[in-house]
Write a protein that binds this ligand. Structure first.
Ligand code: GLC
Length: 485
């Protein structure tokens, strides 16, 4: 049995700000349970749902040193859908109404979390073969393991995998302060082969440098981060680690996202009755949102964190022209940067019959939008994997995406000559290219519905469940542990 502990800052259902939580909260369920014992450790945030917090059981407590600080660590545990979860409790670090705050607070919070995770291992009766760390918040786990704990027998054999869900967020902060927080030896901040990066310390870089293997969430993104345009300043390092760099595309939770059983949607449907099923859902959603109730209008969904990564600048630039020249309705769900939230407020006021937006997040709305829309727009500037496009296809809602990262790997562009493909795509980060492809898609929807319905069928039949990806992670686990077996 190979024992693996996922170390992450978020996982559904406990805490979610983005796709990372969907991945950490679903992937562990899909491993071969005879061979892999996969568990998860998270911070115990005060802002987690009270009902979920109430289910956690106290295991033990101890203290951890962060340089001159001595901090309390409580460990809690629970089982959720067959997966064992552990939580690190500290009311000072994990207080507040959201998991992340200012970077100068977060660097200390996650240095503490990383050390607390490592020191919790002897207490939780689970000596992992592999610590599988996710994103910059856990980048110091491999660093501490190799520097501070390396010589201790208990830790010596533990391997680490570091998965990058987003290269843009690196956890960068002043070297002097991070040295004081972490108590890590000075020499690892001095050279480019350690934590130093452009004059700052960099947690993501720590994870990449010190882990036994590095992975990211799609093969295409794995390529992009080795280039100047996609490397966010770390492309040189990615090239140096290219022999241990893997691209494994994410899956989605097929139990959670299933039009056949989804309790949130008006009418359940399968690939066989998708046309009628989607129509009913669309009319019900239009009615509920106060949009004109019309089946023939081309309805486009957007569900996204509202950040520049997601291509909202293209939408801001072209939305007037879209509404002037196309018969469309937009249904938008998400939160994020104020400028994009305001943009959608503005367009909703200007075109109340054509655009509905909810600034916030709601599972119920999300599922309804996936089920009801005709198309799903994701014009990302960059996209490590992207999950929305896969959820949309599962519900027969055709993705319209920019060809980048995981979007390129998962959406096959419709080819009218060969009649294949599962969605639509454009290549350059250009608003008129996006407009052109939106019109092209709308045209097929309006003029050639039978063709459209065939694309829907193909999209729904694609397999985006975790099966294949979990197998790829298993192969990676086997590889990383080969020399300790
Ligand atoms: C991040 C990326 C997104 C990816 C997700 C899960 O949110 O931006 O592309 O799907 O992580 O890996």
């Amino acid at each position: 049995m190979t024992k693996i502990l996922f170390v992450a800052s978020e996982a559904v259902p406990y805490i979610k700000t983005g796709g990372l939580a969907d991945v950490v909260g679903s992937l562990p369920k899909y491993f071969d349970k005879e061979k892999y014992d996969v568990r998860v450790i998270l911070p115990k945030y005060a802002c987690m749902d009270e009902l979920l917090l109430a289910q956690l059981k106290f295991v033990c407590h101890f203290y951890v040193n962060l340089n001159w600080r001595k901090q309390y660590v409580g460990i809690f545990t629970t089982e959720y859908k067959g997966v064992r979860y552990y939580f690190v409790d500290n009311e000072f670090y994990f207080a507040g109404d959201k998991p992340y705050n200012n970077i100068y607070e977060d660097v200390e919070k996650f240095a503490y979390f990383s050390k607390a995770v490592l020191e919790s291992l002897p207490y939780i009766d689970f000596a992992p073969d592999i610590l599988h760390c996710h994103d910059w918040q856990t980048g110091l786990v491999p660093v501490y393991l190799r520097t501070t704990y390396g010589s201790d027998n208990f830790y010596a054999g533990i391997k680490t995998i570091f998965t990058i869900h987003n290269m843009k967020f690196q956890g960068r902060w002043k070297i002097r302060e991070v040295m004081d927080i972490t108590g890590l030896p000075e020499h690892i901040f001095r050279t480019a082969s350690g934590l130093e990066s452009y004059g700052e310390s960099n947690y993501l870089k720590g994870g990449i440098v010190y882990a036994d293997a590095v992975s990211t969430v799609s093969p295409e993104y794995a390529k992009e981060i080795t280039t100047r345009e996609g490397g966010e300043g770390l492309d040189g390092l990615m090239n140096a680690r290219i022999d241990s760099l893997y691209g494994i595309v994410n899956g989605i939770d097929y139990e959670e996202f299933n039009p056949e059983t989804d309790p949130h949607i008006e009418t359940n449907y399968t690939v066989k009755n998708a046309v009628a099923g989607k129509r009913k859902n669309k009319l019900a959603l239009q009615k509920m949102l106060g949009l004109p109730v019309r089946d023939d209008v081309f309805m486009i969904g957007i569900i996204s964190r509202m950040t520049s990564q997601k291509g909202f600048d293209l939408i801001a630039y072209i939305l007037d022209e879209i509404f002037d020249t196309m018969d469309v309705q937009f249904v938008v769900l998400g939160t994020g940067e104020g400028q994009y939230e305001n943009m959608f407020h503005h367009f909703h006021n200007k075109y109340p019959d054509k655009l509905w937006a909810h600034i916030g997040y709601s599972d119920e709305y999300a599922h309804k939008i996936y089920a009801s829309c005709d198309a799903f727009l994701m014009p990302s500037l960059f996209e490590p994997c992207g999950l929305g496009q896969m959820m949309a296809m599962r519900y027969g809602t055709l993705p319209i995406v920019r060809e980048t990262g995981g979007l390129k790997d998962t959406v096959e562009a419709y080819n009218e000559y060969e009649n294949n493909g599962t969605g639509f795509s454009f290549s350059n980060y250009n608003a008129h290219e996006m407009l052109f492809i939106l019109r092209y898609a709308q045209n097929i929807y309006k003029e050639n519905r039978s063709r459209w319905n065939e694309i829907v069928q193909r999209a729904m039949q694609k397999d985006f469940s975790w099966g294949a990806s979990a197998k790829s992670y298993e192969t990676l686990y086997d590889k990383v542990t080969e020399d300790i077996k």
